[in-house]
Design a protein around this ligand. Structure first.
Ligand SMILES: *[C@@H]1O[C@H](CO)[C@@H](O)[C@H](O)[C@H]1NC(C)=O
Ligand SMILES: *[C@@H]1O[C@H](CO)[C@@H](O)[C@H](O)[C@H]1NC(C)=O
Ligand SMILES: *[C@@H]1O[C@H](CO)[C@@H](O)[C@H](O)[C@H]1NC(C)=O
Ligand SMILES: *[C@@H]1O[C@H](CO)[C@@H](O)[C@H](O)[C@H]1NC(C)=O
Ligand SMILES: *[C@@H]1O[C@H](CO)[C@@H](O)[C@H](O)[C@H]1NC(C)=O
Ligand SMILES: *[C@@H]1O[C@H](CO)[C@@H](O)[C@H](O)[C@H]1NC(C)=O
Ligand SMILES: [Zn+2]
Length: 438
C-alpha cells in the first residue's frame, strides 16, 4: 500500500499535526486532507452551541423540565399538550424575556445536550451504564429541536458546513429518518426526509464544488422487536430502490451490550437476499469490552450477513476468525477513537485495539461518530487522537495519507466515483502540502 505514497513524504518523520483549532475560522493549517467521514450520526453532527444559540431562539419554541432534570422541546403554533413526567410547557421567548441575562440558561441547555462536562468525568461518569444513560437522555433532549422541519434542514446544512470547514470532502451519515414535524403538528414520512437530505446535499455541493457529496445509511434502534425490524428492512429496500444515489444501506444504532444481538433479527436481515435484492449492511459490531456474551457474537454475524464495513469493531482482536474474514474480504473497520474513549471502552488510546490492527495493515478508516455529543467537532480531533494515540512513534504523514485514502477506498461509492473522488482528494492534498511548505 505504500506504493501510493511519494517517497519524499514517507521520509517526513518530523512533521507533527497541531491539534485542530476550536474556533470556526477557516484555518488552512488545520486542514489535514481528512478525506471522507464514514461513520457519523445524523443528530450529533453539529456542535450543540448552534442548537441552543440558533434553534432555541426561533419563535414558537416550547420547553419543559422532566422530573429527572432534563429538558424537552417542541415547536408549535398553539400551546402543545402536556408530556407525561414533564413540567407544563414554557415558551422560551417569554422565559428569556423575563431574564436579565440568559447566558446561564443557555449554558445549562447546552449541558443537557452533550456529554461534555467541566467536572471530573471520572466522577460524573463512573461506569458505561451511567454514560450510556446520559447519552440517551441527551438525544431525547435535542430530539424536539432537530425533528422540526425548518431546524432539520438547517441543522444538516450546518453539519455539512462544519465538516467541510474541517476539510472533509465526503460523508456517509447514519440516519434514523424519523418523523419530521411542522409547526401545525403535521408530519412527514421517511421518504420525505431522505429527499430533503438529497436536496440539501445538492444545494451544498453546488455551493461548494470541492465537496464530493454524502450518502445515507438508514438506521433503526436495536431495541425494537423482530416485526419492527422486518418493517424497517422493508422500508430500507424501498428507499434503496427509490433513492439509489443517496441511499448507501442499512444499520442499527443504540448500545450493543443492552440491545438484542444481530442474530435475533436474522429473519428480517435475510429478507433482501431471499428476494434477490441488494441492501448493503454497515453494521455497528463489537462495540463492547464484554467477552463471550451473545452480543459478542455480533462481529461474526455481521460478516455472515455480508456487512460492507464494521462500525467500531472494538472487540475484533478477540475474534481471530472474524478478523481474518474482515481482512480477506476488505471489510474496513470504522475506528472512532474519541467515541471509544468517552464511552469508556478504553482509557488510554495507546491501548486501543486499532494500534494492533494498524500495525497489521488491517483495512481501517477513522471517523468521529457523534462529535456534537462529545463536545468536539468535525473529524480532525479524531485524526489527531489516532495519529498521536495509537499511531505510535512512527506515525508520519504517510499514516495520514493512508487513512485519508482509505476513507475513499472503503466508501460505498462505485469504483468510477471513487476515481473521481480520489482525483479531487489528490488536488486538495497537494494544496495542503504545498501551503504548509514541507
Ligand atoms: C439560524 O441559522 C439560519 C441558517 O443559517 C439563519 O438563517 C437564521 O437567521 C438563524 N436564526 C437565529 C435565530 O439565529
Ligand atoms: C428520565 O425520565 C424520562 C421520562 O421523562 C425517562 O424516559 C428516562 O428513562 C429517565 N432517565 C433516567 C436516567 O432516569
Ligand atoms: C451574562 O452572564 C454571564 C455569566 O453568567 C457573563 O459572563 C456575561 O458577561 C453576562 N452578560 C451580560 C450582557 O451581562
Ligand atoms: C438541563 O437544563 C435544566 C434547565 O436549565 C437545568 O436545570 C438542568 O440542570 C440541566 N441538566 C443538565 C444535565 O445539565
Ligand atoms: C413490536 O413492537 C411494536 C411497537 O412497540 C408493537 O406495536 C408490536 O405489538 C410488537 N410486536 C410484537 C410481536 O411484540
Ligand atoms: C452473502 O454473500 C454470499 C456470497 O455472495 C451469498 O451467497 C449470501 O446469500 C449473502 N448473504 C446474505 C445474508 O446476504
Ligand atoms: Zn456509531
Amino acid at each position: 500500500m505504500e506504493s501510493l505514497l511519494p517517497t519524499s513524504l514517507i521520509l517526513l518523520h518530523k512533521w507533527a499535526p497541531r491539534p485542530p483549532q476550536r474556533n470556526n475560522k477557516v484555518d488552512a493549517e488545520s486542514h489535514q486532507g481528512n478525506g471522507g467521514a464514514l461513520h457519523v450520526h445524523d443528530f450529533a453532527m453539529v456542535e450543540v452551541e448552534w442548537l441552543v444559540k440558533n434553534a432555541t431562539y426561533r419563535p414558537h419554541c416550547y420547553m419543559c423540565f422532566t422530573d429527572n432534570h432534563s429538558v424537552r422541546f417542541i415547536f408549535s403554533a398553539r400551546p402543545p399538550a402536556a408530556l407525561p413526567r414533564c413540567s407544563p410547557w414554557t415558551l422560551l421567548e417569554n422565559l428569556r424575556a423575563k431574564m436579565v441575562n440568559s447566558t446561564e440558561l443557555d449554558n445549562s441547555l447546552m449541558a443537557n445536550m452533550t456529554l461534555f462536562t467541566d467536572q471530573d468525568p471520572e466522577l460524573v461518569y463512573p461506569s458505561q451504564d451511567v454514560i450510556w444513560k446520559t447519552f440517551e437522555q441527551c438525544f431525547r433532549a435535542l430530539w424536539g429541536l432537530v425533528t422540526y422541519a425548518p431546524v432539520f434542514r438547517d441543522y444538516y446544512y450546518q453539519g455539512l458546513s462544519q465538516f467541510y470547514r474541517d476539510n472533509v470532502m465526503y460523508m456517509e451519515v447514519r440516519a434514523l429518518l424519523p418523523e419530521i414535524y411542522e409547526l401545525d403538528g403535521s408530519t412527514h414520512d421517511p421518504a420525505w426526509t431522505l429527499k430533503t437530505y438529497q436536496e440539501v446535499t445538492r444545494q451544498f455541493t453546488a455551493e461548494h464544488p470541492d465537496f464530493f457529496g454524502v450518502r445515507m445509511i438508514y438506521t433503526i434502534h436495536r431495541g425494537v422487536n423482530a416485526s419492527m425490524m422486518a418493517g424497517a428492512v422493508e422500508e430500507a429496500m424501498k428507499l434503496q430502490r427509490d433513492f439509489p444515489d443517496i441511499m448507501a444501506g442499512f444499520d442499527m444504532v443504540g448500545r450493543e451490550d443492552s440491545g438484542r444481538p444481530l442474530w435475533y433479527f436474522k429473519d428480517a436481515l435475510s429478507l433482501p437476499a431471499g428476494r434477490g435484492v441488494t441492501l448493503p449492511y454497515f453494521f455497528h459490531a463489537g462495540e463492547t469490552d464484554l467477552e463471550g456474551s451473545e452480543v459478542d457474537q455480533n462481529l461474526l454475524d455481521a460478516l455472515l450477513f455480508n456487512t460492507s464495513r464494521i462500525g467500531h469493531g472494538f472487540a475484533l482482536l478477540r475474534h481471530p476468525v472474524a478478523k481474518g474474514l474482515s481482512r480477506k474480504r476488505g471489510v474496513a473497520v470504522e475506528v472512532c477513537p474519541i467515541s471509544n474513549q468517552v464511552m469508556k471502552l478504553v482509557k488510554d488510546l495507546r491501548n486501543h485495539p486499532a494500534a494492533a490492527l494498524m500495525s497489521e495493515n488491517h483495512p481501517l478508516v477513522i471517523s468521529s461518530d457523534d462529535p456534537g455529543m462529545f463536545g468536539s467537532s468535525g473529524l480532525s480531533y479524531d485524526f489527531y487522537e489516532a495519529f498521536v494515540g495509537f499511531g505510535g512513534m512512527r506515525s508520519n504523514l504517510g499514516s495520514l495519507i493512508e487513512l485519508s485514502i482509505n476513507s475513499i477506498r472503503y466508501s460505498s461509492l462505485t469504483p468510477k466515483q471513487q476515481q473521481k473522488a480520489l482525483a479531487l482528494w489528490q488536488r486538495k492534498w497537494d494544496t495542503f502540502v504545498s501551503e504548509n511548505a514541507f
